[in-house]
Design a protein around this ligand. Structure first.
Ligand code: SF4
Length: 579
């Protein structure tokens, strides 16, 4: 089965914004924090938010004075807002600015003497909010046919729920214009919805069936189902991968996947992966290669190979003789530390990569045993290099192993925020490159029998750090939703995706400049300018991942880790030709 994922699937910016406001309130607000209805339709996320003290209320009466209410992206009616304020409830306004814009249109036309016709679902929270702004001059309809039932009105203004069906909106507008002489039409369907609906129509034309992922009560998800069906193909609406009817879906050659505006990335990923795994025919060579790559990535063997390759590149850049021991140490170390941290990472792992977490839970014993054996192997091999290298690798293993360990112990309190190394803001994005630079460059350089110039080691240390930083930050951009929910402060969360992207572009530019300038001024040999190929590869990976050209987790990870293999290959070729 071939799976086509719509690029627009997943959180819209309005929902992302509300989530950020909610997470900020959960971390910093005094007293209880509530949402009226779930922020997003996912039980895992609701449980996670509950563990942070954020609970869902079904009635506004449940809110106590002094508690905080997160207003969801749908907004609330003005009278409810007033009432809550007068009762002493603190409001954190997550109303999407595009929903607020509809409120502004309603107020404007109400002031000009118009009656408001709102296209949408009567019971939807957003429509309830719009109706509140329209006061006693608003009426809700859900189809063009209902226009005929509307009473005579002197002046009519049409607005809609931001996630309404475009086609239906235009039908309603035509009928209203035909019925009322003074009829103003304001298209309030948001751009995100527009793009999502356009894309689902395009994808639906090229597939045999559609899977739409999103809450059963989510209006915009239901629209996507309707639109898919309008193209004459079956559409399956699921909330999670567990609801997929694989028996039926495997009958189709090509299946499209899209998702509603409040569907987290990891659920979409799970659906795509479950579909791709449900093969009916014998897997092709490409599929088998993908499975092998998936296995190597999932088990951290691939990233360990990357560390070995980077060590080869660093040895070549330092003009050191090829010494296999250094690469074995680097590979064992990276495998051990990455695996131990994956095993310790429960909450973020479950959200960002549930299938990998499942794999780690299933094979916990083997993975832990092999990781500990590799950690011991790292230290034993370093002992052959001397006491200094042994001390360095032991320190690195201990730091890597303790990254997620509570170093304080005892009950948790808000006064002590940083209890683990991983609690330090941006530590996840910065510690990994630091560790890699030490193990792939500093260790071989310090153990070398030939004295190497400190400035050369320093310059290459910075370049290695930047290369691995690119990898770490790119993967952190991919994991931003899950990391944000568990309160992890990675660089993309602290700086925002846009600024992180700019930082990564700047990092790629610095790396390129180094491999152009260093050979031309004699810091590196001319042939070593060939490492620019590896930097170009990193730049292309950056583009493909941030532009969502590659969405599958293991593919994005193997693509970016592949950069180190490219560096290693360049080093080997250079060594073999004796340049
Ligand atoms: S669907 Fe559109 S209007 Fe609704 S929250 Fe998202 S961006 Fe805002």
């Amino acid at each position: 089965m071939k799976v086509k994922l719509a690029k627009s699937a997943g959180f819209c910016w309005g929902v992302r914004r509300t989530m950020n406001i909610a997470m900020d309130a959960a971390d910093n607000a005094d007293g209880a924090v509530h949402t009226f209805g779930p922020l997003i339709h996912n039980p895992q996320v609701v449980d996670l938010l509950a563990s942070k003290g954020m609970t869902v209320v079904k009635e506004f009466d449940e809110l106590q004075a002094g508690s905080t209410l997160i207003i969801r992206a749908h907004g609330i009616p003005p009278e409810t807002r007033q009432e809550l304020k007068s009762r002493g409830v603190k409001l954190r306004d997550g109303t999407c600015p595009l929903v607020a814009k509809v409120h502004a249109h309603i107020k404007k036309y109400l002031g000009l003497g118009y009656s408001l016709v709102i296209l949408g679902h009567r019971d939807h929270p957003e429509v309830i909010g719009h109706l509140g702004y329209a006061r006693d001059r608003g009426v809700v309809i859900s189809s063009a046919e209902e226009v005929d039932t509307l009473p005579p009105m002197a002046k009519v203004c049409l607005v809609s729920q931001t996630t309404a069906n475009e086609i239906k909106f235009h039908e309603v507008a035509e009928r209203l214009k035909a019925k009322y002489d003074d009829c103003v039409v304001v298209n309030t369907i948001c751009d995100d919805t527009h793009t999502r609906q356009e894309e689902v129509l395009q994808v639906a034309e090229t597939v045999d069936a559609m899977v739409v992922v999103g809450g059963k009560g989510s209006s915009n998800t239901q629209r996507l189902v309707e639109l898919s069906k309008s193209k004459g193909i079956p559409a399956f609406h699921v909330e999670t991968a567990d609801e997929l009817d694989l028996g039926q879906l495997t009958e189709y050659e090509t299946v499209g996947v899209t998702a509603g505006a409040s569907t987290p990335n990891w659920i979409i990923q799970q659906v795509v992966e479950r579909l791709e795994q449900a093969q009916t025919r014998r897997p092709t060579g490409w599929k088998l290669a993908q499975r092998l790559l998936g296995f190597l990535t999932q088990t951290n063997i691939y990233v360990a190979l990357g560390a070995m390759a980077l060590t080869v590149a660093n040895m070549q850049l330092l003009d050191m003789p090829f010494t296999p021991l250094y690469l074995v140490i680097a590979g064992l170390y990276v495998y051990a530390v990455h695996t131990l941290n994956r095993l310790a990472e429960s909450k973020a792992g479950k959200l960002n990569d549930p299938m990998r977490t499942e794999f780690y839970q299933r094979h916990r014993g083997v993975l832990r045993g092999s990781a500990l054996a590799c950690a011991l192997g790292t230290m034993a091999l370093s002992y052959h290099l001397g006491w200094g290298p042994l001390a360095l690798t032991t320190l690195m293993v201990v730091m890597g192993g303790l990254y997620q360990t509570d170093l304080v112990g005892g009950p948790r309190s808000n006064a002590l925020k940083y209890r683990r190394l991983k609690d330090i803001p941006t530590s996840k994005t910065l510690f990994v490159p630091l560790a890699w630079a030490v193990i792939t460059l500093v260790l071989p350089a310090l153990s070398s029998e030939v004295a190497l110039p400190w400035w050369q080691i320093g310059a290459l240390f910075c370049m290695t750090f930047l290369m691995v930083f690119l990898r770490a930050a790119l993967l952190d951009i991919r994991d931003i939703q899950g990391d944000r929910l568990v309160g992890r402060e990675t660089i993309p969360i602290v700086l925002g995706t846009q600024r992180t992207w700019q930082l990564l572009v700047a990092t790629t530019a610095i790396l390129s400049l180094f491999f152009v300038v260093a050979p031309s001024v004699g810091w590196l040999r001319p042939v070593q300018a060939s490492y620019l190929i590896g930097v170009a590869y990193l730049g292309v990976s950056l583009y493909l991942i941030t532009r969502q050209r590659i969405v599958r987790r293991f593919l994005s990870e193997s693509l970016v880790d592949g950069a180190f293999l490219v560096f290693g290959a360049i080093a080997l070729v250079t060594m073999l030709v004796g340049a």
